[in-house]
Design a protein around this ligand. Structure first.
Ligand code: FEO
Length: 398
């Protein structure tokens, strides 16, 4: 028996935990699973579901929604976002409740048609429009490119609940409680930041616009479409989003290396030593070939500085480092301090490629840039230590 959870007045959580999908978007690992949160608001004159869940969870979702409705029919589906992890069951809902109407904005309509062939019973709302359910008035706010063009959020003006869709979301399935006051923050904060860095971070400037736009609302709860539901410390999660979208880093550094035989790892360890010597205690050393990029991106977002060190492979950058640089250029984190170093044996290439990355990144590049032939000498290691120390000085003195 699937049971909805009442999460506010007349408001129900219909979400599901997914422990089957190994990679979100077929890209990002889910060692703790992922939750697709969806909701229903039951008014006195009309009922509305806020988003659906991913396709395979039809029975679970519809079972919960049916119970939340009781003897009532479903009048509206608010489509905050058309990505299939939230819009997966739209066609099925129309089969179960044929009089259902869809609420979206002008950018939602073509996606509804494309994914589901739906062109009828679509109500197009504009930014700030409302829907009265009787006892609950929903107000819709468009947040284009956060992170799709049709993305919007829904605010219940009666309860103060913000149904924020992907914003404020995180990886990780629920493990018992679904609310922030039922979980240890250490359990959700890292996975929320990893989600931010991978999915939302590219659009940080738009997060800033959205925070200003929604900032005046009397928000009591933030219910995202993934991860923890926030009812206890709303200010904290808003300030986290503000910090991450302003690229405000903590005092610490990420050192990433790509190596085939361990020589470039020795170089990276020397950079870590230099960072430590300047008083930087939070240093994270990662092997680009063995640590999934999502964890590296998460920590690059978290801290003020990062160093990239790689060997040359077939005259250019070692492929796992090349892939990481591509992901970084796609997201363009700002306000970071960066250091680079390359190694080679029969052909140079890595350092030149890292220099090209650093130029495109528009980040503050720290000297010295170090290039090592075969295995690092004592002098090379000293230079790399100096690079770490210089980065550290900028971190702690900023
Ligand atoms: Fe969770 Fe953009 O879908």
């Amino acid at each position: 028996m699937y049971k909805p959870i009442e999460v506010n007045k007349d408001t129900y959580w219909l979400g599901v935990n997914d422990h089957e999908t190994d990679k979100f978007e077929s890209l990002w690992p889910l060692p703790q699973g992922v939750a697709y949160n969806a909701y229903a608001v039951i008014g006195t004159t009309a009922t509305a579901a806020i988003d659906t869940v991913k396709g395979p969870y039809l029975d679970d979702y519809v079972g919960k929604l049916t119970q939340a409705l009781g003897h009532r029919t479903l009048n509206y589906l608010v489509v905050n976002h058309m990505e299939p992890d939230h819009a997966g069951l739209i066609s099925e809902l129309k089969s179960v409740w044929p009089s259902l109407k869809f609420i979206g904005n002008a950018k939602t309509a073509p996606l509804l048609k494309g994914y589901h062939g739906i062109t009828e019973d679509v109500i197009t709302v504009k930014d700030g429009d409302t829907l009265d359910l009787g006892g609950h008035v929903l107000r819709f706010f468009t947040v284009p490119m956060l992170h799709w063009p049709e993305s919007m959020v829904t605010f219940d003006t009666t309860t103060g609940v913000l149904f924020s869709n992907d914003s404020f979301g995180g990886f990780g399935a629920h493990e018992g409680g679904i609310f922030d006051d039922q979980k240890n923050p250490e359990r959700w904060e890292d996975e929320m930041l990893r989600y931010y860095a991978c999915i939302v971070g590219k659009y940080s400037n738009i997060v800033q616009v959205a925070l200003k736009k929604l900032g005046a609302l009397p928000i009591t709860n933030i219910f995202p479409s993934h991860g923890t539901l926030f009812r206890k410390d709303i200010k904290k999660v808003i300030s986290l989003y503000d910090k991450w979208s302003r690229y405000e880093g903590e005092n610490g550094a990420v050192v990433v290396y790509g190596t085939m035989y361990g020589n470039t790892r020795k170089m990276a360890e020397a950079v870590c030593t230099g960072l430590n010597s300047s008083g930087v205690k939070d240093v994270r050393l990662y092997d680009a070939a063995r640590t999934d990029a999502s964890y590296i991106l998460r920590d690059i977002w978290k801290f003020k500085a990062f160093a990239l060190l790689a060997c040359t492979y077939n005259t250019t950058l070692f492929p796992p480092m090349e892939a990481l640089c591509s992901k970084l250029l796609n997201r363009m984190p700002k306000n970071k301090i960066v250091g680079i170093a390359g190694s080679y044996s029969w052909s140079k290439g890595a350092l030149t490629a890292l220099q090209e990355y650093a130029e495109k990144s528009k980040l503050q590049l720290v000297e010295p840039e170090v290039e090592v032939y075969t295995s690092p000498t004592a002098e090379d290691l000293e230079k790399l230590c100096e690079l770490g120390a210089n980065m550290g000085a900028l971190i702690v003195n900023e």
